[in-house]
Design a protein around this ligand. Structure first.
Ligand SMILES: [Fe+2]
Ligand SMILES: [Fe+2]
Length: 145
């Protein structure tokens, strides 16, 4: 586990934890790159990473939401969609060009905001729900022996 990973983000759901750890590590790297002078290549690399994060991680969470009939599914998916849209706008502007340090700052702000307002809140509600469901399923399985 990366040492900067906040313990309060550990959900015990391995796949989600690994994906969140990678996200937090990338946010940190991007922030460091901003402080040390923007490197356009690093920025491009982070944009690529976030594209994969959106595809893979959102699919992971949505798989669990559907599997366990998560009651807040609509709201959660809406937040994923909004993030993906914001990301996509920023990426389009970045590809067109110009001042990389502006993008670095905007991207940083977007990701830090996402970490605080979604990962540390909505995702934790979802993770609690998944854990409860998995515990119930495990105890039903045990009872049937
Ligand atoms: Fe989420
Ligand atoms: Fe998440």
């Amino acid at each position: 586990m990366i040492k900067e990973f906040p313990v309060e983000l550990i959900t015990g759901i391995e796949k989600i934890d690994l994906q969140h750890m990678e996200l937090i590590a990338r946010i940190k790297m991007l922030h460091e790159s901003f402080l040390n002078g923007t490197n356009r290549e690093k920025l491009a690399e982070t944009f690529e990473y976030v594209k994969c994060y959106i595809n893979e991680h959102f699919a992971t969470e949505e798989y669990y939401m559907i599997k366990y009939n998560f009651p807040e599914v609509q709201r959660h998916q809406e937040e994923h969609k909004e993030f993906a849209e914001k990301y996509s706008k920023l990426e389009t502007l970045f590809k067109k060009d110009s001042n990389s340090s502006d993008f670095n700052l905007d991207f940083n702000v977007q990701l830090i905001d996402w970490q605080k307002n979604h990962v540390m809140s909505e995702d934790m509600v979802l993770a609690d729900f998944i854990r409860d469901r998995e515990e119930v399923n495990a105890s039903i399985k045990n009872e049937s022996y």
